[in-house]
Design a protein around this ligand. Sequence first.
Ligand code: DX5
Ligand code: ZN
Length: 223
Amino acid sequence: MKIAPSLLSADFAKIKDEIALVERGGADYLHLDVMDGRFVPNITWGPKIIGDLRKLSPLCFDAHLMIVEPEKYVEDFVKAGADIVTFHLEATAHAQRLLAFVKSLGAKAGISLCPQTPVAMLEDLIEDIDLILIMSVNPGFGGQAYIPNSLKKVREARALIDARNPACELEIDGGIGRKNVAEVVAAGVDVVVMGSAIYGTPDPAAEIKAMREIAAPVPAGVR
Ligand code: DX5
Ligand code: ZN
């Protein structure tokens, strides 16, 4: 399991320390939620901020674009330092072209699905996708309740990936924490995004380690 703490729940008044904490805890990716106030009813940050954050950390930058017309901006995000650029299928009419464009820029190309969008919508794109992001809340805010139907979508996405593009990573985002991390990993998730479940705790570094233990407990006697 890879863990991608979401900076949406971090305190930007002390962002350098907040990033260092999750690095120390062994985070795999840093999840960066870009919101435009149009695709989702919230606004966060753009390429300038991501470029500045790039100077603070060598972690893989996992940019989740919750914006309309993502084709206009993906190049700016790659230039700013995003290693993975994930856009929403619902936000563009030309997803295959955009996947190819992101990859031509040297980044990994991800596609995200809102809770309303079936995994079957990816059947004609799967070979071109580096990462599938299943939204397990309606995108826009941290700290929302997990939508249980997401587990069915994880299993469907896992089957599609295994059958047609095993190198593609499967990520889940929204409402994941101690109570459901093991369940989603068992269903086939590779990368777990967690915002409030990590940054909402007093010791985010320890919480990352605790999540790994919860998701894949070490059998008694092995330690
Ligand atoms: C929500 C964002 C998430 C958010 C998750 O639209 O895409 O990445 O930070 O926050 P939690 O883990 O608190 O649900
Ligand atoms: Zn996200």
